[in-house]
Design a protein around this ligand. Structure first.
Ligand code: ATP
Length: 459
């Protein structure tokens, strides 16, 4: 087993063991492509989304938030091209019979017909199956991955609907409402974090490719002549965000431009931010220079005028759109991979997650040194009560102090406060920092001001 694969296994095991991520419906044998966030996972997930929202919506004067419904009018998905063409190309392995996406393999060139969704092979690349090493049959098949459901209760009168194939579609449909409510001037953005569903056929990389997932999207509406500049700006904003605010290392990130064959026909340009996952580079977020195709299509299919008044020219125009669309689950996984460490400390293995402190599921652990000493547990409880409205705190009195530190290290808790005999004398506690394991004494009344800066979400 390569060390990269074993890292992935360690993350999957840690997630299950410590309550970050559980396979969905596990007692029924699981449901492929679905996961549940456990008690610690949901904290990390919410912190991540809160940070994105703060940086993308609250700290920008011209970006509006939205939270759209999961089901939309089925015609919207016809307009967007998903009903006809939301297909993935697949080739079969002769030996293990798995289906593999050739567009993700070395050397393949494929082109999609946007009317029919059919893929055509332009160049055959590596034909070795990435799963078993067997031979891939170079004939492409396509499957529509929109997930269907039905509305209504009476057989024969039910209507077909689709779960959102991509979260951003509500933004195009609500764009007119936002314009009418807020009269924004171009450029302005609408941002959303929402669920998306896809009947993905090739699964098996944990949170990387799931059938239900969350996306964060910004659709930035601009004057056509400003589109290139805005595209450049958003590329920079999003790249810097992953490095500066999520602390992913630049060496694990790269830009990848879509080739002419890969790029959707109406887009001017498209780049992905890729992360170096254990199996290689793969997409974290896409930045798309989309022209006005989306609004043109929804205007055509809905019969609603979606133009807005352009004060610069005195004319009505359909704005162009710059899109930044990323996966929350993929980022969650990248964060765990990036921050998982094992080391040996005084002859014993220590596992720690060096998550940015403001993203950690538990921010502060409060540990009375001796469980049976009522004075210590009483003082620790008082600190817990004082801090719990400002931070996510956990009280732990089980086991030796060393074991308790290790438990907190493994789930990424940046600060442990140890309450000991000295606490009762001088009203100080030991603050132990997770990564360096350094310990300092801090006065109890000063704890909030000591902990607030590192635990606050950054700008
Ligand atoms: P891929 O080619 O990797 O399947 P995509 O190009 O189809 O992804 P987009 O449609 O551009 O993805 O979606 C935007 C983002 O949503 C992606 O960058 C990714 O982070 C996330 N995403 C897409 N599909 C999935 C999935 N099945 N599971 C988890 N996240 C996903």
């Amino acid at each position: 087993m390569s060390s990269q694969n074993s890292l992935m296994q360690k993350i999957v095991s840690l997630c299950k063991r410590k309550g970050f991520v559980y396979p969905s419906s596990e007692i029924y044998g699981g449901l492929a492509g679905f996961y549940d966030y456990g008690p610690l996972g949901v904290e990390l997930l919410n912190n991540l989304k809160r940070l994105w929202w703060k940086n993308t919506v609250h700290e920008r004067e011209n970006v509006y938030g939205l939270d759209g419904a999961i089901l939309m009018h089925p015609k919207a998905w016809e307009a967007s091209g998903h009903v006809a063409g939301f297909t993935d190309p697949l080739v079969d392995c002769k030996d293990c019979k798995s289906r593999v996406r050739p567009d993700k393999l070395e050397g393949w060139k494929l082109k999609k017909d946007n009317q029919t969704g059919n893929w055509q092979i332009l160049e055959v690349g590596a034909t070795k199956c990435p799963l078993c090493g067997g031979e891939l049959i170079p004939e492409v098949r396509q499957f529509n991955i929109l997930m269907e459901t039905s509305l209504g209760v009476i057989e024969g009168q039910k209507t077909k609907a689709y779960l959102k194939g991509e979260s951003c579609q509500n933004i195009y449909l609500d764009y007119k409402n936002v314009v009418e409510s807020f009269s924004p001037k171009l450029p302005f953005g609408i941002a959303q974090i929402g669920k998306a569903f896809r009947n993905e056929i090739t699964l098996g990389r944990f949170m990387f490719k799931t059938r239900e997932f969350e996306q964060w999207d910004v659709e930035y509406f601009v004057q056509p002549e400003e589109a290139d500049k805005a595209y450049k700006e958003w590329k920079e904003i999003r790249w810097n965000w992953y490095i500066k605010n999520l602390k992913l290392s630049a060496g694990n990130l790269r830009w990848r431009q879509h080739s002419n064959e890969e790029r959707i026909f109406y887009a001017t340009d498209a780049w992905d931010i890729d992360y170096k996952y254990p199996w290689g580079w793969d997409e974290l977020e896409g930045l798309h220079h989309r022209g006005n195709y989306d609004l043109t299509q929804h205007e055509k299919f809905s019969g609603t005028d979606l133009k807005m008044f352009n004060e610069e020219t005195g004319q009505k125009i359909l704005p162009w759109i710059i899109e930044a669309s990323g996966g929350v689950g993929r980022t969650f996984l990248a964060l765990l991979l990036e921050n998982y460490h094992e080391e040996e400390v005084r002859g014993r293995k220590r596992i720690y997650l060096s998550l940015p402190p403001y993203l950690a599921p538990i921010q502060v652990a409060i540990l009375p040194l001796v469980r049976t000493d009522k004075k210590l547990t009483g003082a620790a409880q008082e600190i817990l009560q004082a801090l719990k409205s400002s931070f996510v705190v956990q009280y732990d009195e089980q086991g030796t102090i060393g074991r308790r530190y290790r438990r907190q290290d493994e789930i990424g808790t940046p600060f442990c406060l140890t309450v000991d005999g000295q606490t009762l004398e001088d009203k100080t506690v030991t603050v132990r920092e997770r990564d360096s394991m350094k310990q300092i004494r801090v006065k109890i009344p000063e704890l909030t001001s000591y902990l607030t800066p590192p635990l606050s979400l950054p700008q």
